[in-house]
Design a protein around this ligand. Sequence first.
Ligand code: PA5
Length: 446
Amino acid sequence: MNSIKLNIDHAASFTGREKIAALDNEAASALDKVLNGTGAGNDFLGWVTLPTDIDAAHLADIQATADTLRSSCDYVVAIGIGGSYLGAKAVIEALQDSFAAYKPVSKGSPKVLFAGQNIGEDYLAELQAFLADKSFGIIVISKSGTTTEPAIAFRLLKDQLEKQIGKAEASKRIVAITDAHKGALRQLATEEGYKTFVIADNVGGRFSVLTPVGLLPIAVAGHDIKALVEGAREMQAATATAGEDNLSLLYAETRNALYRAGKKIEILVNYNPKLHFFGEWWKQLYGESEGKDHKGIFPAAVDNSTDLHSMGQWIQDGERTIFETVISVEKPHHSVIIPDDKANLDGLNYIAGQHVDHVNKMAELGTRIAHVDGGVPNMQITVPALEERYLGQLIYFFEKACGISGYLLDVNPFNQPGVEAYKKNMFALLAKPGYEKETEAIKARL
Ligand code: PA5
């Protein structure tokens, strides 16, 4: 099977292989907790078997809903934040043309826009102005159904859509993805008669990309969700037992061996701008899962070679508390050859006739060697190409590793109690009903 690969040689050369192997038993027990639900947060393990649980009828329903939106809209706004946003954004960006946003819309092939991932007044005003003369639909995604950012965006865009095409027609172009029973969005969807999909209770937001949360926007953008799920299924099977072949286990062990050796920051590195949002998705997955009890590897991400000209100095020479995990994409989709130039004023003729990707790969290799020489341990994940199947493998690989790694750190990888602190203060500052005491207390501090 053609598959993603993991190379830990240049991390093991720092810790010693024995330090990684010393975690074998702990990691096997962490994997067991993930598979058998015997660890903390075990009511949020629905994602573990999600790829094999998704049946053909469910996938067909998602695809049919996507097709309806595709045939009726030029733009579809996916509204959501955190786990209800980043997975779809990451996959769509990885698969779509880099200049898709600037190309005209062709009938039956809408563009997916995002909202509800911020509270920027300008962002929302500009989105509303852009959509004023457009044919658009909405996918509103909120597991809790009560998150402020997407709720504001949905209130605005729902109102706009209803004014543009009427309430009855608007309700056909709005799809809600939320809890089966709870939350304001569920009630609204029932009252308005929207098509809905359910986010299962046992799948947390950051593990939900392989549910309708991610699959519907990805299908609306025209990508092959069957292949994405198929890739995840392959990785589910490949990471089902402990052993050397289990890449998730090996990655979790290696990053924890590095953490225990004082490497507190992991930088996910890509050499393909299409992977920028994959880095954002990964940051949420690991940051929200592991940053607890005053522990956790800090997840950072860079887009190279761009960031070699901004962060490269720090990575090469700064405090030696970092390690890197590089995602290498083996094959680009296109071919661009650097032309010969008679005058050669830029001195580039020495690479004339070469693929741009060859230069990129040499930048990658040269950087990896320089960083290892500079004291930065390095893991490399090789992805054959940016295609749905390999992205499905990569997503599941990271999710499984995240569960194992969280248990190795001895935290509950599936809750996020820290996220509530800002919400409590924001509600108090906004004088939300029910927060009277908190409002009084916070105002006294200002
Ligand atoms: O991973 C998580 O649980 C969070 O990032 C949530 O996805 C995010 O806060 C959005 O929550 P909700 O989908 O309930 O609106």
